[in-house]
Write a protein that binds this ligand. Sequence first.
Ligand code: SAM
Length: 208
Amino acid sequence: MVDEQLRARGIHDRHVLRIMEAMPRHLFVDDTLAARAYSDHALPIGDEQTISQPYMVALMTQALDLTGNEKVLEIGTGSGYQTAILAELAERVFTIERIPAIAAAARERLTALGYTNVVFRCADGTLGWREMAPFDRILITAGAPRMPAFLEEQLRPGGIAVVPVGESENQSLVKATRTEDGLAQRVLCGCTFVPLIGREGWASGNVG
Ligand code: SAM
């Protein structure tokens, strides 16, 4: 997976490559999907949600430029796979998932794996996590209709956010850096994520 899907496509951050080589991705999917855990695809995790494609996880993580000292907010815990990678590469991770069964399974999985630097919340993450702000990094792992307004308020100056933004079926992966003038944005690539549903996202009955 790491050689063919990540290195060959330009993922070069050695910390990201090392952690993804070591992370047991098969433990983040149902047993029936374990044989496909290292394939080049997103896979279902229930409730119409997915564990993201390994390449997309690597690209987003690399774009966050983590040094090990950061306080990170992740919106969309999903299986907890991306959360575990962030927990390895940053100081602390605050992660929010809106679907209770998915949030509970991820918490149980990461606790069993021994992660002690992750704080879990089950809620609508489209408003961020004001009580815990500011954050050095913010990662949104579901497709937002627009850049969520909370980013400017909850991202520390100089901080980086990575967000898929666009239509419900296809988005642009945007890297935003908070400057004195607001968010400086750059598109990294096209992508397709499940929708970010909530007050500042898509309405659940109104996707597509
Ligand atoms: N990175 C995850 C992984 O490695 O398994 C995959 C995340 S999945 C593509 C997107 C997740 O975002 C889903 O679990 C979905 O329920 C969640 N989500 C969607 N809207 C949300 C919101 N407003 N707040 C929190 N989580 C949300």
